[in-house]
Design a protein around this ligand. Sequence first.
Ligand code: F6P
Length: 544
Amino acid sequence: MSAALTETPAWQALQAHFETVKSTHLRDLFAADPQRGERLTAEGAGLYLDYSKHRVTGETLELLLALARARGLPERRDAMFGGEKINVTEGRAVLHTALRMPRGTEVLVDGRNVVPDVHEVLDRMSAFARQVRSGGWLGHTGRPIRAIVNIGIGGSDLGPVMAYEALKYYAQRDLTVRFVSNVDGTDLVEKTRDLEAEETLFIVSSKTFTTQETMANAQSARAWLLSTLGDEAAVARHFVAVSTNAEAVQKFGIDTANMFGFWDWVGGRYSMDSAIGLSLMLAIGPDGFQELLSGFHDMDEHFRTAPLEANLPVLMGLLGVWYNNFFGAETLAVLPYDQYLAYFPAYLQQLDMESNGKHVTLGGQEVAYQTGPVVWGQPGTNGQHAFYQLIHQGTKLIPCDFIAFAQTLNPLPLPGGAPHHDLLMANVFAQTEALAFGKTLDEVLTEGVDAGLAPHRVFEGNRPTSTLLADRLTPRTLGALTALYEHKVFVQGVIWDVNSFDQWGVELGKVLAGRIVKELGTDEPELSHDSSTNALIRRYRARR
Ligand code: F6P
């Protein structure tokens, strides 16, 4: 793929078109087309996407789709699903989609069908989960496991914790499930302080089994366990591992019989549906986990087979490119109107920003355009009382994804009023309406507002939003939703011609931290950093 994305006819056609439509208001687009709100919608894998409140015309969409075709999106998608080594900087296939392939199907990596391998691990995970959940897996002193602590970071934490929180409704509530990620000792101390060592199972989750934070937390967790149980043999009943690195697992002292593996063709941030999801499976059970996988697979099939113009990840990816590269929007707000999805924006931050936070093309040339957006957000309605002011009336353009469910898992009637869920949903609809259409000066003045105050009360509107509406938050819906964003990120990576599947950018900090940690406990050796870093280290040494 050529580096000169901005020189391609498809890009230049979009640029020219942008100049003609950039000031068009959503008020006018809706006025000109009474069916717009029904027309600009798409549906797949149980998710309904309304993208009518975007600053696009029919021509914009055609040009964006033409760009996708010109960048070879269908071919690149098929290459990913087909197991080609599209992660070129690491020489790896990218096959998180194989993790959710049904039993009996085939995906080849270097001539080997990996689907049976996937199901072999799933079967072992399921058998283990059933044992623990039923009280059949006993701790060292013969007591059943009551608490699960997943130790991992990045993709080995964010996916499991997001999905556990999202699916807590379906969890076995007499099992306590916690997630320790931060190397800050506070995380481990606070998450274990009320647990009984005899009833606690640690899952050390690390693709590489070398990550500093996870290894430090795993060592300290072992010390915590042994401080109560004394006997080294207890480790075998209280520690299991999830990793691709059997040698390191063994070295740590975990029996590889208690290790659940995955493969180098699963990226960390794409791994929550691999064995990395073991803590989630323990919480919601093997059947719930299978439902989650089915939801992922539903969306994979939609992405693989739906025409581009009706394809949810394609549409969302292209709309993101439209704002990121033409309107100059720098961020994307993800706003789930469901308290269970509180961790979803944080999960998406790694998925999107670690994937597309890149400055060179696949061929290694510096890009001449913006790549991945800053992703942020938190559940509504809370965010409305915090940062929505800036989205409504600030000077920045912030496209937003609203995510909502027609049915609540916790119906709560309100005596004498609308039930909680109607209140919640009214806010979703009201926000996207207000963001799109705003309130004009005339409307404000007609309300009788003083002319001097009126400018403060004007809402310009024309703030673009997507609304994703599903019937109900289930394991299957969550799988589809997560896969939707995985593939949206892929679509954008293809347009920008970046490798969405490596993460060299986190390496430098890791290397420097490894060097500095040796300098903290001693006055030697002589510090040779810049003057700022030297001074900070000296101050820390003096006051630690
Ligand atoms: O942050 C860098 C990273 O490599 C992520 O991509 C990954 O999810 C995380 O560290 C954890 O890695 P591991 O699972 O190997 O411990």
